[in-house]
Each structure stands twice: as C-alpha cells, then as structure tokens.
Design a protein around this ligand. Structure first.
Ligand code: FA5
Length: 345
C-alpha cells in the first residue's frame, strides 16, 4: 500500500518538477513534496503500522524517492538558473559596433575670449583686475572724472538714469575713481577693469545700447606719456600682429590731459589703404591719456607727486576688426551658427 503511494508520489513529483516554470514554482514543489508536513514524511510516520519485514523495504524506498526528487529539483534548478542567466545576458547585450553618441561641446563666447586675452596680456605686464558696479552713482561716473553737472561733455555719453543721482554706468572709467579712492593716495595703482556699460545710443551695425569696455589705469611716480605709448604698442602687437605700428592723435576726454586716440596700422593692407582702414592705412582702436590732475586730486592722490595714464577700449570693436564682423548685434543674439565659428580657447 505505502509502496504504491511512494511510487505514485515519485511520478507526481517528476511531473510537477517538469512543469515548474520558474525558481519560485520549483521551490513550491520542494516544499510540497519534501517539506516537514509533506506526503513522504507522512508515509514515514505511518511505517509504525507495518510488519517488521515490510518496514526496511518501505523505509529504503522512501529514502530513495526523497533523494531522487531532491536530485531532480537540483537538476531543474540548475537548468532554470542557466536559462535566467542567458536571458539576462541577452537583454543586457551591448552592441560595441554602434557609433557613439556625439556630445555637443560649447565654446567660449568670442567677446569673453577677447576680454580674457586682453586680461592675460595685462596680468603678464603686472596689472591686476578690478571690477566696479554697473549701477553707478553720478559722482563716480561723471563728477569724480572731472565732469561736473551740466558739463557739455556729458552729452557724449547719454545714459539710462535710475534716479537723478544713480544711473547705468556709461563707461568703465568710474572704476578708476573707485580704485584710486581705495588706495588712499598711495601708489602704485596698476589695474585693468573689464565690464558692461550702457548708453542711450540707438542700436545699429556699430553701436549698441549695452556693450563691453576694458579700462586700463596706471598711477605711480613718474608715469609718462611714453609709458602709455609703450604699453599700447605691446597691446597692439599682441592683439593684431607683431608688425603693427601705433600712432597717437590728439583728442579730448575731460578725465585725461593730454588726451589721445590710438590708431594701429591696418592689419589687412599693412598701411597702404584698403576698405578696412577706409583708405587711410590706420584704424582707430581706443581712447587714452594722462590722468587729469583733478581726477587724481578728487580721489585722494597728490598730482604733484603722482602721475598716471588711463585708456579705455571696446572689445566688440576689437573683435569686429580682427574677424571682419560687420554687425555688432551678432554678439548679443546668441546665434550658435555665428558663435561656433570662434572656438579660440
Ligand atoms: C570712453 O568711454 C572713455 N571712458 C575711454 C577712456 C578711458 C578715455 C580712459 C581716456 C581714458 P568712448 O566714448 O570713446 O570713450 O568709448 C570707448 C570705446 O567704447 C570706443 O572706442 C568704442 O570701441 C566703444 N563704444 C563706444 N560707444 C559704443 C557703442 N554704442 N557700442 C559699442 N561700442 C561702443
């Protein structure tokens, strides 16, 4: 009786193992047939009722059936695990022959890289970088620069006013006044000041109501116009080519005396005359001059002890000349097709 039951259980187990379609189902088969409350344990419990001859025969058979079911389960388990691994490998397969995804890399904005180039040059010449506020007091933008209220030269730089006394700065020259004040009458002061400036100019191909400037200021004992000329020559050769020459033309700025405009010999035609230099052989680059004694005095420096030079340039105009860019608005409209042509650094 028990013998038949065991053989029947063996058949059932084999069938169940065969149809188990996953590790969980197989584990259930294991519990069902070989667990403590399973049918084989039941058979073994019932052996007490058997005769002495039958007991070892049924006992041995029960052990064989148990071992056989356990072995079949192990076999099936290994089989299922191998299948699972295979599926996982298949789903995680990487096609190493596919082309890689292209990462789009940006580049520095041309204006930023021109400014950095100028900064690097002047840092190498012993200058440091100073910054000042874009929202500025009338005092620093004009008065401390020898432009009292109602001075006609204020018209050269019409501005956006926030109140009667506060405006968007029209140039980077107010940083001169701030820096001189900070030094409390003691030189040397040797700085360049890049930054945004604002004017009520109508936007066109060469003018913008917001643009960049880079200011330079050097105040010390015995600073002369020839020092300014030397520094500007180094600058012109660095930015526009080693064979550039410069010339200084008399000009007017209320905060410098004498004042000059600096021209460079045309880098396109070498000075013979072309459309870049409008046939003159020279290109106007920046305004400069010797710091006016009134400016030194107002910022706490003694003009009988200290002299200095200052200059101010527009990086947009420099970039336009250098790269033949015809419209200043290209710098501000963020057209990637324009910007990506200038992957300088
Ligand atoms: C000044 O602003 C003086 N502060 C420069 C200076 C500094 C002179 C120190 C002496 C000593 P100016 O107004 O010329 O000067 O402007 C300087 C440069 O800014 C110009 O050469 C030009 O390159 C640029 N610039 C002026 N107006 C505009 C504008 N609307 N759009 C773009 N660039 C401009």
């Amino acid at each position: 009786m028990l013998k038949e039951k065991l053989l029947e259980l063996r058949e059932q187990a084999i069938e169940n193992i065969g149809s188990a379609d996953g590790l969980k189902a197989l584990q259930d088969v294991h519990v069902r047939f070989l667990g403590k409350k399973g049918p084989i344990t039941e058979v073994l419990k019932g052996m007490g009722k058997l005769s002495a001859e039958e007991r070892p025969v049924v006992g041995q058979l029960a052990n064989e059936v148990r071992k056989m079911i356990a072995a079949k389960i192990e076999e099936k388990k290994a089989d299922l695990e191998a299948k699972l691994l295979e599926m996982k490998l298949e789903s995680e397969k990487i096609d190493v022959t596919l082309p890689g995804r292209k990462t789009v890399t940006g580049n520095h904005h041309l204006l930023g890289s021109i400014i950095r180039e100028v900064e690097d040059l002047f840092i190498g010449l012993g200058f440091s970088i100073e910054e000042g506020p874009e929202v500025e007091q009338d005092y620093y933008n004009f008065e401390a620069l020898n432009l009292p209220k109602d001075h006609p030269a204020r018209d050269m730089q019409d501005s956006f006013y926030i109140t009667d006394e506060i405006l968007m700065r029209t140039h980077t020259s107010p940083v001169q006044a701030h820096t001189l004040e900070k030094h409390k009458g003691v030189g040397p002061v040797k700085v360049i000041c890049p930054g945004k400036v604002y004017r009520r100019d109508n936007d066109d191909a060469t003018h913008s109501h917001q643009f960049m400037q880079i200011e330079g200021l050097y105040v010390d004992h015995n600073v002369r116009l020839s020092d300014l000329k030397g520094i500007l020559t180094v600058f012109a050769k660095h930015m526009f080519g080693a064979d550039r020459e410069i010339r200084l033309r008399p000009s007017f700025f209320p905060f410098t005396e004498p004042s000059v405009e600096m021209d460079i010999s045309c880098f396109r035609c070498g000075g013979h005359g072309c459309n870049v230099c409008k046939g003159t052989g020279w290109i106007e680059i920046l305004g400069a001059g010797m710091v006016h004694p009134n400016v030194l005095r107002m910022s706490g420096f003694d003009p009988s002890e200290y002299t200095g030079f200052a200059f101010g340039m527009g990086p947009e105009r420099i970039a336009m000349l250098k790269y033949g860019i015809e419209d200043i608005r290209n710098f501000y409209t963020d057209d990637i097709r324009f910007l990506k042509q200038f992957n300088r650094a």
